[in-house]
Design a protein around this ligand. Structure first.
Ligand code: UGA
Length: 442
């Protein structure tokens, strides 16, 4: 059993803290937000993540997981490891804003009571590990030995606990091999391959991984556009491609493109880092451009499906969160789509199984409904923005009967076009030229 302090109880921090506690360590989760820490002490989660509440509760009960706002308490003499897992939002030019990392590193330096391994979990620009080491050195009241290790996270929202417990790999970067080995020991129970490298390379592995996944998404979205023009079905193209092990089935779902707090920010930050060094990251720019085009394209589609004008029409959005199993609205396509439809004169309604509370203040002009059927009643069109399982199981006959016009634009390709035709819907997915049935591309 090791004693660990985790700084930041946001997405990554809280899952890391609860995860390491569950592996048998004593973990002190620290945040400067009194509100979040008080909430956690009362069993309130600051984020929605399936299974998180139970995981936190179990480890709090066993005494392995505690919460504090005090660095003194978090870094008492028993603490050997401190994870920095604070936010790194996008700055004005797309560079990562490191103010929270800087504040956390200097607070750690001022309060450390003995030798410490400082582990960077936040996604930070290549070179930040060295910078953090400098901050710690400058802020220590007296020289105390420490090492910095980069350990990027690869958690997906919605399945973050599964991903923590079943990682594909653990990446560790440090100039101090002993420190990296100590952090490797912490991860041994997870039985994943461990890659130990230098600091900058570890930081780069994180950016390159997210940029590659974003590239796969933009690639299949470009193929979707071509499929539509040529009369092919992108969902089947992706299945056919995916059996080639060099390609794989993952991240080939064409749709409204990527959103969330990671891909948009990380691809932009990587391009920014490249440009700062005089490089021209053409592929990254194409990935971002293709992604940005998806939202206005979806809006145009719906307008087209409603005869070229949505003034006075009512459109219901099935799904508001950027992806299923989360209430996260950061860079969610639904925000841009709603704004553009409203600007075009439509009345927009919204329903999401979990993100309503988070979404409502961000979408003040969208009429919110607490169930999909009452939202659909009287609508001229429905749009699928998020592929929640709940939407796959909707009684579509009932939906159609209550709608003013039976129009569905499926931005995530969750329905079968032939079935939708049988149900007498005017239906369109994305990249499904051939199977577009009664709405096939001309
Ligand atoms: C992503 C990565 O998958 C994680 O490995 C990484 O740790 C995390 O970013 C991070 O850097 O913190 P996440 O943003 O939670 O995780 O979500 P993903 O499941 O990767 O989806 C990202 C976006 O891509 C979503 O908007 C999703 O709808 C979209 N997507 C995904 C597609 O449009 N098509 C696909 O085939 C897959």
């Amino acid at each position: 059993m090791k004693q660990i302090c985790v700084v930041g109880v946001g997405y990554v921090g809280l899952i890391t803290a609860a995860g390491f506690a569950d592996l048998g360590n004593r973990v002190i989760a620290l945040d400067i937000s009194k509100e979040k820490i008080e909430g956690l002490k009362n069993g309130e989660m600051p984020i929605y993540e399936p299974g998180l509440e139970e995981l936190v509760e179990r480890n709090v009960k066993s005494g392995r997981l505690t919460f504090t706002t005090s660095y003194k308490e978090g870094l008492d003499e028993g603490t050997e490891f401190v994870f920095i897992a604070v936010g790194t939002p996008s700055g004005v030019d797309g560079e990562a804003d490191l103010q929270y990392v800087e504040a956390a590193a200097s607070d750690v330096a001022r309060n450390m009571s003995g030798e410490l391994v400082i582990i960077n979990k936040s996604t930070v620009p290549v070179g930040t590990g060295d910078w953090v080491a400098g901050i710690v050195r400058r802020n220590q009241p007296e020289a105390t030995p420490f090492s910095v290790v980069s350990c990027p996270e690869f958690l997906r929202e919605g399945s973050a606990i599964f991903d923590f417990m079943n990682p594909h790999r653990t990446v560790l970067g440090s100039l101090d091999r002993d420190a990296a080995d100590k952090v490797a020991q912490l991860h041994l129970p997870l039985r994943a391959p461990i890659v130990i490298t230098d600091l900058r390379t570890a930081e780069m592995i994180k950016y390159a991984s997210n940029a590659f996944l974003a590239t796969k998404i933009s690639f299949i979205n470009e193929i979707a556009n071509i499929c539509e023009a040529l009369g092919a079905d992108v969902t089947e193209v992706a299945t056919g491609m995916g059996y080639d092990e060099r390609i794989g089935h993952h991240f080939l779902n064409a749709g409204l493109g990527y959103g969330g707090s990671c891909f948009p920010k990380d691809v932009l930050a990587l391009a920014h880092m490249a440009e700062e060094k005089g490089k021209h990251p053409q592929l990254l720019h194409a990935v971002m451009d293709i992604n940005a085009d998806r939202r206005p394209m979806a809006v145009e589609r719906v307008i087209q499906m409603l005869g070229g004008d949505v003034k006075g029409k009512t459109i219901g959005m099935l799904g508001l969160a950027f992806k299923p199993n989360t209430d996260d609205m950061r860079d969610a396509p639904s925000i841009d789509i709603a704004t553009q439809l409203i600007a075009a004169g439509a009345t927009v309604r919204g329903y999401d199984p979990v993100s309503m509370e988070v979404a409502a203040p961000l979408l003040p002009d969208v009429e919110m409904y607490t169930d999909p059927y009452s939202m659909a009643a009287g609508c001229d069109a429905l749009m699928v923005n998020t592929e929640w399982n709940e939407f796959k199981q909707l009684n579509r006959r009932q939906l159609r009967e209550s709608m003013k016009q039976p129009v569905i634009f499926d931005g995530r390709n969750i329905y079968d076009p032939d079935e939708m035709k049988e149900l007498n819907f005017i239906y369109r997915g994305l990249g499904r030229g051939y199977n577009g049935a009664n709405t096939a591309e001309k």
